[in-house]
Ligand binder design. Structure first.
Ligand code: SPV
Ligand code: MN
Length: 612
Protein backbone atom coordinates (compact mmCIF):
# COMPACT_ATOMS: atom_id res chain seq x y z
CA UNK A 1 0.00 0.00 0.00
CA UNK A 2 1.43 3.37 -0.87
CA UNK A 3 1.64 6.26 1.55
CA UNK A 4 -1.47 8.08 0.37
CA UNK A 5 -3.66 4.99 0.65
CA UNK A 6 -2.24 4.15 4.05
CA UNK A 7 -2.96 7.67 5.18
CA UNK A 8 -6.55 7.41 3.99
CA UNK A 9 -6.94 4.27 6.06
CA UNK A 10 -5.24 5.71 9.11
CA UNK A 11 -7.39 8.83 9.03
CA UNK A 12 -10.33 6.69 10.03
CA UNK A 13 -8.72 6.13 13.41
CA UNK A 14 -10.11 2.64 13.51
CA UNK A 15 -7.76 -0.11 14.64
CA UNK A 16 -10.20 -2.85 13.74
CA UNK A 17 -10.53 -1.55 10.17
CA UNK A 18 -6.73 -1.42 9.85
CA UNK A 19 -6.39 -4.94 11.19
CA UNK A 20 -9.04 -6.30 8.82
CA UNK A 21 -7.33 -4.73 5.81
CA UNK A 22 -3.87 -5.88 6.92
CA UNK A 23 -5.05 -9.45 7.33
CA UNK A 24 -6.77 -9.39 3.95
CA UNK A 25 -3.55 -8.17 2.32
CA UNK A 26 -1.53 -10.88 4.02
CA UNK A 27 -3.94 -13.54 2.86
CA UNK A 28 -4.83 -12.44 -0.67
CA UNK A 29 -1.39 -10.98 -1.59
CA UNK A 30 -2.53 -8.27 -4.03
CA UNK A 31 -0.03 -6.46 -6.25
CA UNK A 32 -1.54 -3.14 -5.22
CA UNK A 33 -3.99 -1.82 -2.63
CA UNK A 34 -6.18 1.20 -3.24
CA UNK A 35 -8.26 2.82 -0.54
CA UNK A 36 -11.34 4.58 -1.87
CA UNK A 37 -12.85 7.53 -0.02
CA UNK A 38 -16.10 9.35 -0.75
CA UNK A 39 -14.32 11.76 -3.12
CA UNK A 40 -15.49 12.07 -6.72
CA UNK A 41 -11.98 11.27 -7.96
CA UNK A 42 -11.76 8.04 -5.99
CA UNK A 43 -15.18 6.91 -7.15
CA UNK A 44 -14.36 7.74 -10.77
CA UNK A 45 -11.17 5.70 -10.38
CA UNK A 46 -13.21 2.58 -9.58
CA UNK A 47 -15.51 3.17 -12.55
CA UNK A 48 -12.51 3.48 -14.86
CA UNK A 49 -10.76 0.46 -13.38
CA UNK A 50 -13.72 -1.79 -14.21
CA UNK A 51 -13.21 -0.84 -17.86
CA UNK A 52 -9.43 -1.13 -17.78
CA UNK A 53 -9.46 -4.66 -16.35
CA UNK A 54 -12.29 -5.67 -18.66
CA UNK A 55 -14.93 -6.55 -16.08
CA UNK A 56 -17.11 -3.97 -17.78
CA UNK A 57 -17.21 -2.64 -21.33
CA UNK A 58 -18.59 0.62 -22.62
CA UNK A 59 -21.82 0.59 -24.60
CA UNK A 60 -22.98 3.08 -27.18
CA UNK A 61 -24.96 5.24 -24.78
CA UNK A 62 -23.12 7.59 -22.47
CA UNK A 63 -22.50 6.04 -19.04
CA UNK A 64 -23.82 2.59 -19.95
CA UNK A 65 -21.61 -0.46 -19.48
CA UNK A 66 -22.02 -4.20 -19.82
CA UNK A 67 -20.75 -6.77 -17.35
CA UNK A 68 -20.96 -10.53 -17.81
CA UNK A 69 -20.96 -13.09 -15.04
CA UNK A 70 -19.78 -16.59 -15.88
CA UNK A 71 -22.26 -18.94 -17.56
CA UNK A 72 -22.60 -20.88 -14.31
CA UNK A 73 -22.54 -17.81 -12.08
CA UNK A 74 -25.91 -16.28 -12.94
CA UNK A 75 -27.74 -16.43 -9.61
CA UNK A 76 -27.24 -16.81 -5.89
CA UNK A 77 -25.39 -20.04 -5.11
CA UNK A 78 -27.50 -21.31 -2.25
CA UNK A 79 -25.59 -24.59 -1.96
CA UNK A 80 -22.26 -22.92 -1.33
CA UNK A 81 -23.54 -20.11 0.87
CA UNK A 82 -23.00 -21.32 4.42
CA UNK A 83 -22.85 -20.07 7.98
CA UNK A 84 -19.60 -20.69 9.80
CA UNK A 85 -20.76 -22.17 13.10
CA UNK A 86 -18.87 -23.76 15.93
CA UNK A 87 -21.53 -26.38 16.51
CA UNK A 88 -24.46 -28.01 14.80
CA UNK A 89 -27.69 -26.01 15.10
CA UNK A 90 -31.32 -26.55 14.35
CA UNK A 91 -32.93 -23.28 13.36
CA UNK A 92 -36.17 -24.88 12.31
CA UNK A 93 -36.42 -24.29 8.59
CA UNK A 94 -33.10 -25.80 7.63
CA UNK A 95 -29.73 -24.14 7.73
CA UNK A 96 -26.75 -24.53 5.50
CA UNK A 97 -23.72 -24.43 7.73
CA UNK A 98 -20.15 -25.64 7.95
CA UNK A 99 -18.03 -26.18 11.05
CA UNK A 100 -16.19 -22.93 11.56
CA UNK A 101 -12.61 -24.23 11.65
CA UNK A 102 -13.17 -26.43 8.61
CA UNK A 103 -14.95 -23.68 6.65
CA UNK A 104 -12.35 -21.05 7.51
CA UNK A 105 -9.56 -23.36 6.46
CA UNK A 106 -11.24 -24.07 3.16
CA UNK A 107 -12.15 -20.50 2.25
CA UNK A 108 -8.77 -19.20 3.38
CA UNK A 109 -7.08 -21.71 1.12
CA UNK A 110 -9.11 -20.39 -1.83
CA UNK A 111 -8.41 -16.78 -0.89
CA UNK A 112 -4.71 -17.42 -0.32
CA UNK A 113 -2.89 -15.53 -3.09
CA UNK A 114 -6.19 -14.95 -4.93
CA UNK A 115 -5.24 -11.34 -5.66
CA UNK A 116 -1.72 -12.02 -6.89
CA UNK A 117 -1.01 -9.59 -9.73
CA UNK A 118 -4.33 -7.85 -9.06
CA UNK A 119 -5.46 -4.68 -7.34
CA UNK A 120 -7.30 -4.77 -4.03
CA UNK A 121 -9.96 -2.13 -3.51
CA UNK A 122 -10.90 -1.06 0.00
CA UNK A 123 -14.26 0.69 0.26
CA UNK A 124 -16.52 2.08 2.95
CA UNK A 125 -20.28 2.29 2.78
CA UNK A 126 -23.35 3.06 4.85
CA UNK A 127 -26.22 0.60 4.88
CA UNK A 128 -29.20 2.92 5.18
CA UNK A 129 -29.12 6.72 4.95
CA UNK A 130 -26.08 8.56 6.28
CA UNK A 131 -26.33 10.63 9.47
CA UNK A 132 -29.10 8.34 10.52
CA UNK A 133 -29.97 6.01 13.38
CA UNK A 134 -30.63 3.39 10.69
CA UNK A 135 -27.08 3.51 9.33
CA UNK A 136 -24.87 0.46 9.70
CA UNK A 137 -21.30 0.71 8.52
CA UNK A 138 -19.80 -1.73 6.06
CA UNK A 139 -16.27 -2.29 4.81
CA UNK A 140 -15.85 -4.01 1.47
CA UNK A 141 -12.54 -5.45 0.32
CA UNK A 142 -12.58 -6.82 -3.21
CA UNK A 143 -10.45 -7.37 -6.27
CA UNK A 144 -13.46 -6.84 -8.49
CA UNK A 145 -13.90 -3.31 -9.77
CA UNK A 146 -17.36 -4.42 -11.00
CA UNK A 147 -18.33 -5.26 -7.42
CA UNK A 148 -16.95 -1.97 -6.10
CA UNK A 149 -18.61 -0.03 -8.92
CA UNK A 150 -21.99 -1.75 -8.41
CA UNK A 151 -21.87 -0.88 -4.74
CA UNK A 152 -21.34 2.75 -5.72
CA UNK A 153 -24.63 2.70 -7.54
CA UNK A 154 -26.49 0.71 -4.91
CA UNK A 155 -25.26 2.10 -1.56
CA UNK A 156 -24.45 5.34 0.16
CA UNK A 157 -20.83 6.35 0.56
CA UNK A 158 -19.47 5.60 4.03
CA UNK A 159 -15.86 6.75 4.35
CA UNK A 160 -16.93 9.82 6.32
CA UNK A 161 -19.45 7.70 8.24
CA UNK A 162 -16.62 5.40 9.36
CA UNK A 163 -14.90 8.35 10.99
CA UNK A 164 -18.02 8.80 13.13
CA UNK A 165 -17.51 5.31 14.54
CA UNK A 166 -14.83 6.85 16.73
CA UNK A 167 -12.73 3.76 16.56
CA UNK A 168 -15.55 1.34 17.35
CA UNK A 169 -15.29 -2.11 15.74
CA UNK A 170 -19.07 -2.12 15.24
CA UNK A 171 -19.15 -2.59 11.47
CA UNK A 172 -19.71 -5.42 8.99
CA UNK A 173 -16.89 -6.44 6.69
CA UNK A 174 -16.71 -8.40 3.49
CA UNK A 175 -13.71 -9.94 1.81
CA UNK A 176 -14.34 -10.90 -1.80
CA UNK A 177 -12.15 -12.16 -4.59
CA UNK A 178 -13.44 -13.01 -8.05
CA UNK A 179 -10.50 -15.42 -8.19
CA UNK A 180 -8.83 -16.26 -11.48
CA UNK A 181 -10.50 -14.55 -14.42
CA UNK A 182 -10.92 -15.83 -17.95
CA UNK A 183 -12.45 -13.45 -20.48
CA UNK A 184 -13.28 -11.19 -17.56
CA UNK A 185 -15.28 -13.81 -15.63
CA UNK A 186 -14.50 -16.00 -12.62
CA UNK A 187 -12.94 -19.23 -13.82
CA UNK A 188 -12.93 -21.52 -10.77
CA UNK A 189 -16.67 -21.75 -10.24
CA UNK A 190 -16.32 -25.19 -8.64
CA UNK A 191 -14.45 -23.40 -5.86
CA UNK A 192 -17.11 -20.73 -5.37
CA UNK A 193 -17.74 -20.22 -1.66
CA UNK A 194 -19.72 -17.70 0.38
CA UNK A 195 -19.13 -18.20 4.11
CA UNK A 196 -20.88 -16.06 6.68
CA UNK A 197 -19.45 -15.56 10.15
CA UNK A 198 -22.22 -14.14 12.32
CA UNK A 199 -20.04 -13.90 15.44
CA UNK A 200 -17.45 -11.71 13.79
CA UNK A 201 -19.80 -9.72 11.50
CA UNK A 202 -17.79 -10.84 8.48
CA UNK A 203 -18.35 -12.67 5.23
CA UNK A 204 -15.86 -14.31 2.87
CA UNK A 205 -16.82 -14.72 -0.77
CA UNK A 206 -14.55 -16.17 -3.44
CA UNK A 207 -14.52 -17.31 -7.08
CA UNK A 208 -17.69 -15.54 -8.12
CA UNK A 209 -18.96 -12.25 -9.51
CA UNK A 210 -22.79 -12.44 -9.66
CA UNK A 211 -23.90 -9.62 -7.35
CA UNK A 212 -26.07 -11.78 -5.09
CA UNK A 213 -22.90 -13.77 -4.30
CA UNK A 214 -20.20 -11.13 -4.52
CA UNK A 215 -21.54 -7.81 -3.25
CA UNK A 216 -21.06 -7.91 0.49
CA UNK A 217 -23.50 -5.09 1.01
CA UNK A 218 -26.44 -6.89 -0.59
CA UNK A 219 -27.63 -10.29 0.64
CA UNK A 220 -24.55 -11.02 2.74
CA UNK A 221 -24.88 -7.91 4.90
CA UNK A 222 -28.60 -8.61 5.01
CA UNK A 223 -28.00 -11.90 6.84
CA UNK A 224 -25.71 -10.17 9.35
CA UNK A 225 -28.33 -7.43 9.78
CA UNK A 226 -31.13 -9.92 10.51
CA UNK A 227 -29.10 -11.34 13.39
CA UNK A 228 -28.32 -7.85 14.70
CA UNK A 229 -31.96 -6.77 14.33
CA UNK A 230 -33.15 -9.77 16.32
CA UNK A 231 -30.70 -8.99 19.10
CA UNK A 232 -31.64 -5.33 19.19
CA UNK A 233 -35.39 -5.85 18.62
CA UNK A 234 -35.90 -4.12 15.31
CA UNK A 235 -36.61 -5.67 11.89
CA UNK A 236 -34.37 -6.23 8.86
CA UNK A 237 -36.66 -7.37 6.08
CA UNK A 238 -36.66 -8.38 2.42
CA UNK A 239 -39.09 -5.57 1.66
CA UNK A 240 -39.77 -2.70 -0.67
CA UNK A 241 -40.84 0.62 0.78
CA UNK A 242 -43.31 2.75 -1.16
CA UNK A 243 -45.51 5.77 -0.85
CA UNK A 244 -49.11 4.97 -1.72
CA UNK A 245 -50.88 8.05 -3.01
CA UNK A 246 -54.44 8.25 -1.74
CA UNK A 247 -57.01 10.99 -2.29
CA UNK A 248 -56.09 14.66 -1.92
CA UNK A 249 -52.29 14.31 -1.97
CA UNK A 250 -52.31 11.91 0.98
CA UNK A 251 -49.22 9.70 1.04
CA UNK A 252 -49.25 6.53 3.15
CA UNK A 253 -46.10 4.47 3.38
CA UNK A 254 -46.21 0.71 2.91
CA UNK A 255 -43.55 -1.96 3.04
CA UNK A 256 -43.96 -5.24 1.21
CA UNK A 257 -42.31 -8.64 1.14
CA UNK A 258 -42.90 -10.87 -1.89
CA UNK A 259 -40.91 -13.96 -2.97
CA UNK A 260 -39.46 -13.70 -6.50
CA UNK A 261 -42.02 -13.60 -9.29
CA UNK A 262 -44.86 -12.63 -6.93
CA UNK A 263 -45.15 -8.99 -7.98
CA UNK A 264 -42.73 -7.14 -5.68
CA UNK A 265 -41.22 -4.72 -8.19
CA UNK A 266 -44.47 -4.30 -10.11
CA UNK A 267 -46.23 -3.31 -6.86
CA UNK A 268 -43.52 -0.82 -5.92
CA UNK A 269 -43.74 0.61 -9.45
CA UNK A 270 -47.53 0.92 -9.73
CA UNK A 271 -48.20 4.12 -11.70
CA UNK A 272 -49.00 7.12 -9.58
CA UNK A 273 -47.13 5.86 -6.50
CA UNK A 274 -43.61 6.64 -5.31
CA UNK A 275 -40.73 4.33 -4.47
CA UNK A 276 -38.40 4.54 -1.47
CA UNK A 277 -36.67 1.19 -1.97
CA UNK A 278 -37.22 -2.08 -3.78
CA UNK A 279 -35.34 -4.82 -1.92
CA UNK A 280 -34.23 -4.46 1.70
CA UNK A 281 -35.67 -2.35 4.52
CA UNK A 282 -34.77 -1.72 8.14
CA UNK A 283 -37.77 -1.04 10.38
CA UNK A 284 -37.45 0.60 13.78
CA UNK A 285 -39.84 1.84 16.43
CA UNK A 286 -39.33 5.54 17.00
CA UNK A 287 -41.56 7.45 19.43
CA UNK A 288 -44.30 4.86 19.18
CA UNK A 289 -44.42 4.59 15.42
CA UNK A 290 -42.74 2.28 12.94
CA UNK A 291 -40.29 3.98 10.63
CA UNK A 292 -38.49 2.31 7.73
CA UNK A 293 -35.41 3.18 5.74
CA UNK A 294 -34.15 1.80 2.46
CA UNK A 295 -30.87 0.03 3.12
CA UNK A 296 -29.90 0.71 -0.47
CA UNK A 297 -29.70 3.68 -2.76
CA UNK A 298 -30.13 1.94 -6.08
CA UNK A 299 -31.81 -0.95 -7.85
CA UNK A 300 -30.33 -4.25 -8.98
CA UNK A 301 -33.38 -5.24 -10.95
CA UNK A 302 -34.45 -8.10 -13.20
CA UNK A 303 -34.46 -6.78 -16.75
CA UNK A 304 -36.61 -9.46 -18.38
CA UNK A 305 -39.95 -7.99 -19.51
CA UNK A 306 -38.89 -4.42 -18.86
CA UNK A 307 -40.49 -2.73 -21.86
CA UNK A 308 -42.36 0.52 -22.60
CA UNK A 309 -45.72 -1.16 -22.00
CA UNK A 310 -45.18 -3.03 -18.76
CA UNK A 311 -42.52 -0.95 -17.05
CA UNK A 312 -42.42 2.50 -18.63
CA UNK A 313 -40.47 4.23 -15.86
CA UNK A 314 -37.71 1.64 -15.60
CA UNK A 315 -37.55 1.33 -19.39
CA UNK A 316 -37.13 5.08 -19.70
CA UNK A 317 -34.25 4.97 -17.21
CA UNK A 318 -32.57 2.21 -19.22
CA UNK A 319 -32.64 3.99 -22.59
CA UNK A 320 -31.30 7.36 -21.50
CA UNK A 321 -27.71 8.39 -20.76
CA UNK A 322 -26.74 7.79 -17.13
CA UNK A 323 -24.42 5.62 -15.06
CA UNK A 324 -25.86 2.14 -15.57
CA UNK A 325 -24.49 -1.39 -15.58
CA UNK A 326 -26.28 -4.01 -17.65
CA UNK A 327 -25.46 -7.58 -16.75
CA UNK A 328 -25.96 -10.77 -18.75
CA UNK A 329 -28.00 -9.23 -21.56
CA UNK A 330 -27.31 -9.53 -25.30
CA UNK A 331 -25.00 -6.96 -26.86
CA UNK A 332 -25.09 -6.26 -30.58
CA UNK A 333 -23.29 -3.28 -32.02
CA UNK A 334 -22.81 -1.99 -28.45
CA UNK A 335 -26.56 -1.89 -27.90
CA UNK A 336 -28.22 -4.02 -25.19
CA UNK A 337 -31.21 -6.32 -25.83
CA UNK A 338 -33.08 -8.67 -23.52
CA UNK A 339 -36.00 -11.08 -23.24
CA UNK A 340 -39.27 -9.19 -23.29
CA UNK A 341 -37.72 -5.88 -24.40
CA UNK A 342 -40.80 -5.22 -26.52
CA UNK A 343 -38.97 -4.92 -29.84
CA UNK A 344 -37.09 -7.17 -32.24
CA UNK A 345 -33.92 -8.72 -30.88
CA UNK A 346 -31.00 -9.37 -33.28
CA UNK A 347 -30.24 -13.05 -33.89
CA UNK A 348 -26.61 -12.74 -32.91
CA UNK A 349 -24.29 -10.87 -30.60
CA UNK A 350 -22.40 -11.40 -27.37
CA UNK A 351 -24.09 -12.58 -24.20
CA UNK A 352 -23.26 -14.49 -21.01
CA UNK A 353 -22.46 -17.55 -23.13
CA UNK A 354 -19.91 -15.66 -25.28
CA UNK A 355 -20.60 -15.35 -29.05
CA UNK A 356 -24.31 -15.97 -29.31
CA UNK A 357 -26.62 -16.84 -32.20
CA UNK A 358 -30.28 -17.72 -32.22
CA UNK A 359 -30.77 -21.42 -31.42
CA UNK A 360 -27.38 -21.77 -29.69
CA UNK A 361 -27.31 -24.62 -27.17
CA UNK A 362 -25.16 -25.17 -24.11
CA UNK A 363 -23.22 -28.33 -23.30
CA UNK A 364 -26.34 -29.84 -21.68
CA UNK A 365 -28.34 -29.26 -24.86
CA UNK A 366 -30.42 -26.43 -23.42
CA UNK A 367 -31.26 -23.63 -25.82
CA UNK A 368 -29.58 -20.41 -24.69
CA UNK A 369 -31.90 -17.39 -24.76
CA UNK A 370 -30.61 -14.02 -25.96
CA UNK A 371 -30.34 -12.91 -22.33
CA UNK A 372 -30.37 -14.79 -19.04
CA UNK A 373 -33.69 -14.89 -17.16
CA UNK A 374 -31.89 -13.34 -14.22
CA UNK A 375 -30.11 -10.70 -16.35
CA UNK A 376 -30.17 -7.36 -14.55
CA UNK A 377 -29.65 -3.65 -14.61
CA UNK A 378 -27.95 -1.64 -11.87
CA UNK A 379 -28.98 1.99 -11.46
CA UNK A 380 -29.22 4.62 -8.78
CA UNK A 381 -32.71 5.00 -7.38
CA UNK A 382 -32.82 8.62 -8.49
CA UNK A 383 -32.73 7.43 -12.09
CA UNK A 384 -36.44 6.76 -11.60
CA UNK A 385 -38.93 9.57 -12.01
CA UNK A 386 -41.14 8.08 -9.28
CA UNK A 387 -38.52 8.21 -6.52
CA UNK A 388 -40.16 9.34 -3.28
CA UNK A 389 -38.97 12.73 -1.94
CA UNK A 390 -38.24 11.11 1.44
CA UNK A 391 -36.12 8.30 -0.04
CA UNK A 392 -32.99 9.57 1.70
CA UNK A 393 -34.57 10.94 4.84
CA UNK A 394 -32.31 10.04 7.78
CA UNK A 395 -35.38 9.34 9.92
CA UNK A 396 -36.91 7.04 7.32
CA UNK A 397 -40.61 7.10 6.51
CA UNK A 398 -43.53 6.22 8.82
CA UNK A 399 -44.93 2.78 7.99
CA UNK A 400 -48.68 2.35 8.26
CA UNK A 401 -49.14 -0.91 6.38
CA UNK A 402 -47.22 -4.04 5.50
CA UNK A 403 -48.04 -6.36 2.59
CA UNK A 404 -47.07 -10.02 2.27
CA UNK A 405 -47.55 -11.21 -1.28
CA UNK A 406 -47.68 -14.83 -2.33
CA UNK A 407 -48.47 -16.62 -5.53
CA UNK A 408 -51.03 -19.36 -5.85
CA UNK A 409 -53.53 -20.24 -8.50
CA UNK A 410 -56.33 -21.79 -6.48
CA UNK A 411 -56.46 -20.82 -2.81
CA UNK A 412 -55.86 -17.36 -1.40
CA UNK A 413 -58.02 -14.35 -2.21
CA UNK A 414 -56.52 -11.29 -3.96
CA UNK A 415 -56.30 -9.13 -0.84
CA UNK A 416 -57.11 -9.58 2.83
CA UNK A 417 -56.46 -7.55 5.96
CA UNK A 418 -55.26 -9.43 9.00
CA UNK A 419 -57.50 -9.71 12.06
CA UNK A 420 -54.70 -8.50 14.32
CA UNK A 421 -50.93 -7.92 14.34
CA UNK A 422 -50.22 -11.52 15.32
CA UNK A 423 -52.61 -12.83 12.65
CA UNK A 424 -50.69 -10.64 10.22
CA UNK A 425 -47.39 -12.16 11.34
CA UNK A 426 -49.03 -15.54 10.76
CA UNK A 427 -50.06 -14.48 7.23
CA UNK A 428 -46.46 -13.44 6.51
CA UNK A 429 -45.01 -16.60 7.98
CA UNK A 430 -47.25 -18.80 5.82
CA UNK A 431 -46.55 -17.17 2.46
CA UNK A 432 -46.27 -19.69 -0.33
CA UNK A 433 -45.30 -19.14 -3.93
CA UNK A 434 -45.88 -21.46 -6.84
CA UNK A 435 -42.89 -22.00 -9.07
CA UNK A 436 -43.19 -20.53 -12.56
CA UNK A 437 -41.45 -21.18 -15.85
CA UNK A 438 -38.98 -18.48 -14.79
CA UNK A 439 -37.73 -20.58 -11.87
CA UNK A 440 -35.59 -23.67 -12.04
CA UNK A 441 -37.36 -27.03 -11.58
CA UNK A 442 -40.95 -28.19 -12.01
CA UNK A 443 -43.70 -25.61 -12.49
CA UNK A 444 -46.67 -25.14 -10.16
CA UNK A 445 -44.94 -26.48 -7.05
CA UNK A 446 -45.78 -24.53 -3.91
CA UNK A 447 -42.80 -23.29 -1.95
CA UNK A 448 -43.12 -22.02 1.58
CA UNK A 449 -41.24 -18.74 1.90
CA UNK A 450 -41.99 -16.98 5.21
CA UNK A 451 -41.81 -13.20 4.84
CA UNK A 452 -40.04 -13.88 1.47
CA UNK A 453 -37.05 -14.24 3.72
CA UNK A 454 -36.39 -17.97 3.82
CA UNK A 455 -32.96 -17.69 2.20
CA UNK A 456 -31.73 -15.04 4.61
CA UNK A 457 -33.04 -15.75 8.10
CA UNK A 458 -29.89 -16.07 10.18
CA UNK A 459 -31.42 -16.91 13.57
CA UNK A 460 -33.70 -19.73 14.76
CA UNK A 461 -37.07 -19.34 13.07
CA UNK A 462 -38.77 -19.17 16.45
CA UNK A 463 -36.62 -16.20 17.45
CA UNK A 464 -37.31 -14.48 14.14
CA UNK A 465 -41.10 -14.83 14.55
CA UNK A 466 -40.95 -13.87 18.23
CA UNK A 467 -39.20 -10.68 17.24
CA UNK A 468 -41.98 -9.91 14.75
CA UNK A 469 -44.69 -10.63 17.32
CA UNK A 470 -43.02 -8.39 19.90
CA UNK A 471 -42.47 -5.58 17.46
CA UNK A 472 -46.02 -4.24 17.85
CA UNK A 473 -45.60 -3.77 21.60
CA UNK A 474 -45.47 -0.16 22.72
CA UNK A 475 -46.62 1.23 19.37
CA UNK A 476 -49.17 4.05 19.30
CA UNK A 477 -49.93 3.27 15.70
CA UNK A 478 -49.74 -0.41 14.78
CA UNK A 479 -49.34 -0.90 11.00
CA UNK A 480 -52.09 -2.89 9.33
CA UNK A 481 -51.01 -6.09 7.65
CA UNK A 482 -52.27 -7.35 4.28
CA UNK A 483 -51.77 -10.51 2.28
CA UNK A 484 -52.08 -10.40 -1.50
CA UNK A 485 -52.27 -12.95 -4.28
CA UNK A 486 -52.28 -11.55 -7.80
CA UNK A 487 -52.31 -14.96 -9.43
CA UNK A 488 -55.65 -16.62 -8.77
CA UNK A 489 -56.94 -18.59 -11.79
CA UNK A 490 -60.27 -20.04 -12.93
CA UNK A 491 -60.78 -23.73 -13.73
CA UNK A 492 -59.51 -23.52 -17.33
CA UNK A 493 -56.39 -21.73 -16.04
CA UNK A 494 -57.04 -18.08 -16.90
CA UNK A 495 -55.96 -15.41 -14.45
CA UNK A 496 -58.92 -13.87 -12.63
CA UNK A 497 -57.27 -10.48 -12.42
CA UNK A 498 -55.49 -8.22 -14.84
CA UNK A 499 -52.01 -6.94 -14.02
CA UNK A 500 -53.48 -3.52 -13.28
CA UNK A 501 -55.94 -4.68 -10.60
CA UNK A 502 -53.28 -4.64 -7.88
CA UNK A 503 -53.56 -0.85 -7.87
CA UNK A 504 -57.11 -1.22 -6.56
CA UNK A 505 -56.10 -3.64 -3.80
CA UNK A 506 -53.34 -1.25 -2.79
CA UNK A 507 -55.56 1.82 -2.71
CA UNK A 508 -58.22 -0.09 -0.82
CA UNK A 509 -55.60 -0.94 1.80
CA UNK A 510 -54.49 2.71 1.83
CA UNK A 511 -58.06 3.82 2.44
CA UNK A 512 -58.42 1.23 5.22
CA UNK A 513 -55.43 2.76 7.02
CA UNK A 514 -57.46 5.96 7.16
CA UNK A 515 -60.71 4.18 8.13
CA UNK A 516 -62.35 4.99 4.83
CA UNK A 517 -63.80 1.58 4.04
CA UNK A 518 -65.68 -0.98 6.05
CA UNK A 519 -64.77 -4.62 5.81
CA UNK A 520 -66.44 -7.98 5.97
CA UNK A 521 -65.01 -10.44 8.46
CA UNK A 522 -64.27 -13.91 7.09
CA UNK A 523 -62.38 -16.78 8.72
CA UNK A 524 -59.19 -15.76 6.87
CA UNK A 525 -59.35 -12.06 7.61
CA UNK A 526 -61.12 -8.85 6.68
CA UNK A 527 -62.10 -8.51 3.04
CA UNK A 528 -63.25 -5.51 0.99
CA UNK A 529 -66.91 -4.80 0.35
CA UNK A 530 -68.09 -5.02 -3.23
CA UNK A 531 -69.31 -1.41 -3.40
CA UNK A 532 -65.94 -0.02 -2.33
CA UNK A 533 -64.06 -2.04 -4.92
CA UNK A 534 -66.56 -1.03 -7.59
CA UNK A 535 -65.94 2.64 -6.78
CA UNK A 536 -62.16 2.16 -6.74
CA UNK A 537 -62.13 0.24 -10.04
CA UNK A 538 -63.99 3.10 -11.72
CA UNK A 539 -61.87 5.79 -10.04
CA UNK A 540 -58.46 4.19 -10.59
CA UNK A 541 -58.82 2.07 -13.70
CA UNK A 542 -62.00 3.35 -15.32
CA UNK A 543 -63.24 -0.21 -15.24
CA UNK A 544 -66.63 -1.67 -14.44
CA UNK A 545 -66.07 -4.28 -11.74
CA UNK A 546 -69.01 -6.67 -11.72
CA UNK A 547 -70.54 -8.46 -8.79
CA UNK A 548 -69.82 -11.73 -10.56
CA UNK A 549 -66.11 -10.91 -10.65
CA UNK A 550 -66.15 -10.02 -6.97
CA UNK A 551 -67.86 -13.31 -6.09
CA UNK A 552 -65.42 -15.32 -8.18
CA UNK A 553 -62.34 -13.59 -6.76
CA UNK A 554 -63.31 -13.25 -3.11
CA UNK A 555 -65.14 -16.52 -2.51
CA UNK A 556 -63.63 -18.49 0.30
CA UNK A 557 -62.18 -21.69 -1.12
CA UNK A 558 -62.48 -23.32 2.22
CA UNK A 559 -61.21 -26.79 1.29
CA UNK A 560 -58.17 -25.35 -0.40
CA UNK A 561 -57.47 -23.13 2.61
CA UNK A 562 -57.74 -26.18 4.86
CA UNK A 563 -55.24 -27.98 2.64
CA UNK A 564 -52.89 -25.03 3.06
CA UNK A 565 -53.31 -25.20 6.84
CA UNK A 566 -52.45 -28.88 6.69
CA UNK A 567 -49.26 -28.08 4.77
CA UNK A 568 -48.41 -25.45 7.36
CA UNK A 569 -49.14 -27.76 10.30
CA UNK A 570 -46.75 -30.31 8.78
CA UNK A 571 -44.03 -27.71 8.39
CA UNK A 572 -44.47 -26.32 11.89
CA UNK A 573 -45.13 -29.52 13.82
CA UNK A 574 -41.42 -30.20 14.09
CA UNK A 575 -40.37 -26.65 14.81
CA UNK A 576 -40.55 -25.09 18.19
CA UNK A 577 -42.64 -21.96 17.62
CA UNK A 578 -43.84 -19.15 19.90
CA UNK A 579 -47.16 -20.05 21.57
CA UNK A 580 -48.87 -17.03 20.00
CA UNK A 581 -47.97 -18.33 16.56
CA UNK A 582 -49.15 -21.88 17.25
CA UNK A 583 -52.39 -20.35 18.55
CA UNK A 584 -52.89 -18.43 15.32
CA UNK A 585 -52.43 -21.57 13.25
CA UNK A 586 -54.85 -23.49 15.45
CA UNK A 587 -57.43 -20.72 15.49
CA UNK A 588 -57.20 -20.23 11.72
CA UNK A 589 -57.76 -23.94 11.12
CA UNK A 590 -60.66 -24.00 13.60
CA UNK A 591 -62.39 -21.02 11.98
CA UNK A 592 -62.11 -22.68 8.57
CA UNK A 593 -63.47 -25.99 9.86
CA UNK A 594 -66.42 -24.35 11.60
CA UNK A 595 -67.24 -22.33 8.51
CA UNK A 596 -67.16 -25.42 6.37
CA UNK A 597 -69.54 -27.22 8.69
CA UNK A 598 -71.82 -24.24 9.00
CA UNK A 599 -72.21 -23.61 5.27
CA UNK A 600 -71.67 -27.16 4.06
CA UNK A 601 -69.97 -25.78 0.97
CA UNK A 602 -66.45 -25.91 -0.44
CA UNK A 603 -66.56 -22.50 -2.03
CA UNK A 604 -68.43 -19.84 -0.10
CA UNK A 605 -69.58 -16.58 -1.66
CA UNK A 606 -68.29 -13.49 0.16
CA UNK A 607 -71.85 -12.20 0.41
CA UNK A 608 -72.66 -15.04 2.81
CA UNK A 609 -70.38 -13.42 5.40
CA UNK A 610 -72.21 -10.11 5.22
CA UNK A 611 -75.03 -11.02 7.56
CA UNK A 612 -73.07 -12.80 10.24
C1 SPV B 1 -33.12 -11.52 -4.89
O1 SPV B 1 -32.88 -12.60 -5.44
O2 SPV B 1 -33.93 -11.42 -3.96
C2 SPV B 1 -32.44 -10.31 -5.35
C3 SPV B 1 -31.29 -10.45 -6.22
O3 SPV B 1 -32.77 -9.24 -4.93
S1 SPV B 1 -29.89 -11.01 -5.42
O4 SPV B 1 -28.93 -9.95 -5.39
O5 SPV B 1 -29.40 -12.14 -6.18
O6 SPV B 1 -30.26 -11.42 -4.07
MN1 MN C 1 -34.04 -9.46 -3.12
Amino acid sequence: MNKIDLQKLEELNNQHAIKVVEEAIKLCKPAKVTVITDSKEDIAYVRELALVIGEENKLKMEGHTIHFDGYYDQARDKGHTKYLLSEEVNWGLGVNYIKKDKGLKEVNSFLDGSMAGKEMLVRFFSLGPTNSMFSLKALQITDSAYVAHSEDLLYRQGYEEFKKLNGSPDFFFFLHSAGRLENGVSKDIDKRRIYIDLDENRVYSVNNQYAGNSLGLKKLAFRLAIKKANEEEWLAEHMFIMGVHGPKDRVTYFTGAFPSACGKTSTAMIPGQSVVGDDIAYLKKINGIVRAANVENGIFGIIQDVNPQDDPLIYQALITPRELIFSNVLINDDIPYWLGIGKNVPDKGINHSGEWFKGKKDSEDNVIDCSHKNARYTIKLDALKNIDPKANDPSGVPVQAIIYGGRDSDTTIPVVESLSWSHGVFLGATVESETTSATIGAQGVRKHNPMANLDFISVPFKTYIENHLKFAQGLNDVPKIYATNYFLKDEPGNYLNSKLDKKVWLLWAEGRVHSEFETVETPVGLIPKYEDLKTLFIRELDKDYTEAEYIQQFSLRVLKYLEKMERMSKIFENIQMPAAFTEELKAQTERLRETRTKFGEEIISPFKFFDI
